[in-house]
Design a protein around this ligand. Structure first.
Ligand SMILES: [Fe+2]
Ligand SMILES: [Fe+2]
Length: 183
């Protein structure tokens, strides 16, 4: 009888981890797609001469890549398999304001998802996966804030804001020096 109870407890624990693995694989799909979307925005902004925004998209794209690795490490630790596929295809947006709007909407929905998935892990008694979602969630909140601020700047200052970035780049090139924000 005792053995049966132990077996049942183990089966229930295995089920709980399967739920965590499933949620972390969904997170990986989102992180891959988001990372590729930001890399697309990066090359577009770079090509248009918007150096500051190009750097911002590149840095956040790399941060999302790190999240993929963190979730994948945890999945493998739980003896699950990693589903390394994007959950959506990158959208070919070229308007900077639309890029920033899409970026902050992506972060907003990621924050909502991770809050609810962290709770699901907690309910399944998987404290470590719960903490991982919470930790990454904090970074997503800073991404949201960054994109939201830049979107607001364009709302407030319009094309002048973008023009200033191009002018700063040309001046730096003329002076043969690298500005802080270009490093
Ligand atoms: Fe992320
Ligand atoms: Fe993010």
């Amino acid at each position: 009888m005792e053995n049966q109870t132990v077996t049942q407890a183990r089966e229930s624990a295995a089920t709980d981890y399967r739920r965590s693995v499933e949620l972390m694989n969904r997170a990986i799909g989102l992180e891959i797609a988001t990372s590729l979307q930001y890399m697309y925005f990066h090359v577009r902004c770079e090509d248009a001469g918007y150096r500051y925004l190009a750097r911002m998209f590149r840095n956040i794209s790399i941060a999302e890549m790190r999240h993929i690795e963190q979730f994948a490490d945890r999945i493998l630790f739980l003896k699950g398999d990693v589903d390394m596929n994007p959950s959506f295809r990158a959208r070919p947006l070229t308007d900077v304001k639309e890029m920033l709007k899409m970026a902050y909407e992506l972060e907003r929905s990621t924050i909502d998802n991770y809050n609810s998935w962290a709770k699901a892990c907690s309910e399944a008694c998987d404290a470590v996966s719960h903490r991982l979602f919470r930790t990454i969630l904090q970074e997503e909140e800073t991404h949201f804030d960054t994109f939201d601020t830049e979107h607001q700047n364009i709302e407030d200052y319009g094309k002048e804001y973008l023009a200033l970035q191009s002018i700063a780049r040309s001046r730096a090139a003329t002076a043969h020096k690298t500005e802080d924000w270009e490093k």
